[in-house]
Design a protein around this ligand. Structure first.
Ligand code: Q0Z
Length: 286
């Protein structure tokens, strides 16, 4: 891509610079599980995530402005305004899972939020909580309390980031639940635009930035199946893989089953046929 300079790689995405104030985000078809990128791609996964994220950006502009400028015709690349990203991840949890469940089990608290006694793994919380984390370059993000987050971004920005993150989560979780998908938790990346306005960046409310659970299989007291990655996890577990790289190749049936789950998530949440997105990605913005 001669018109753009590569600036950063994520596990499954790339960022290029288009000009001094615009970036191109490209979502690949790579998939990771147990924190390792697999050698096998899931066809169209990057398009599904780009379409979903863009769908949410278009529908949450009245809650918070966002970086999205355009979706390219390939369906996997978006042009975005460059932001000065906050050095924290804005995590919202509506259910007790992952590190939230771990921390609660050990201390009765998650990131300084004292929770009622007796909650089970995967229980819905009395109300969603904002649990910021620091961005790790390598390895896992680290949960931090409010005081540490305020040291990193200042009190005023932290309060605004918390309020916007909770409002985004509440909107999306209610909408998704009506369509059979529970959003257990999610991570937002906020930044300041050229005018200093707090703005939503990165990807938002995708299965890669959130835990999506199938509502019809929800059963607290155990870990929940992942809406999108469960076939991949089950297959990897069935091999007895030790979760150290390199990861195993996926058989065709696992690839196809997983692709179908991504497409199902897209169609349920957007109400748009995925084929219509492929024909014209900007359908998700209308
Ligand atoms: C997002 C990331 C990815 C690797 C930087 N609008 C923006 N302005 C400034 N920075 C970013 C954004 Cl989205 C930004 N990331 C996360 C995304 C590959 C890392 F696609 N890093």
């Amino acid at each position: 891509m001669p018109e753009a300079t590569h600036v950063a790689s994520g596990k499954v995405r790339e960022i290029y610079e288009l000009d001094e104030s615009h970036l191109l985000l490209v979502a690949s078809d790579r998939i990771s599980t147990f924190d390792v990128v697999l050698p096998t791609e899931i066809p169209d996964k990057g398009r599904v995530l780009t379409g979903l994220s863009s769908f949410w950006f278009a529908r949450t502009g009245d809650i918070v402005p966002n970086h999205l400028v355009a979706i390219r015709a390939d369906g996997r690349s978006t042009e975005a305004r460059r932001l000065a990203m906050l050095p924290i991840e804005c995590v919202v949890r509506g259910y007790l899972a992952g590190s939230g469940w771990k921390d609660y089990s050990a201390t009765g608290e998650v990131c300084g939020h004292r929770l009622p006694a007796g909650l089970r793994e995967s229980d819905q919380l009395p109300a969603p909580i904002f649990t910021p984390a620091t961005k790790a370059q390598e390895g896992h993000d680290e949960n931090i309390d409010r005081a540490r987050a305020a040291e990193l971004v200042g009190d005023e920005i932290l309060a605004a980031a918390e309020q916007l993150s909770l409002a985004l989560y509440e909107h999306a979780a209610a909408y998704a639940a009506e369509r059979g998908i529970l959003i257990a938790d999610t991570k937002f990346e906020l930044g300041l635009d050229a005018d200093g306005v707090l703005t939503l960046g990165d990807e938002a409310l995708t299965p890669d930035s959130s835990r999506f659970w199938p509502a019809d299989e929800y059963e607290p007291g155990r870990g929940q199946p992942s809406f999108d990655k469960q076939y991949v996890r089950d297959y990897c577990e069935s091999l007895g893989w030790d979760k150290a790289p390199p990861a195993p190749e996926l058989p065709e049936a696992v690839v196809e089953g997983t692709r179908a789950r991504y497409v199902e998530a897209f169609e349920r949440l957007t109400g748009i046929r995925f084929a219509d997105y492929l024909a014209d990605p900007e359908v998700v913005l209308r």
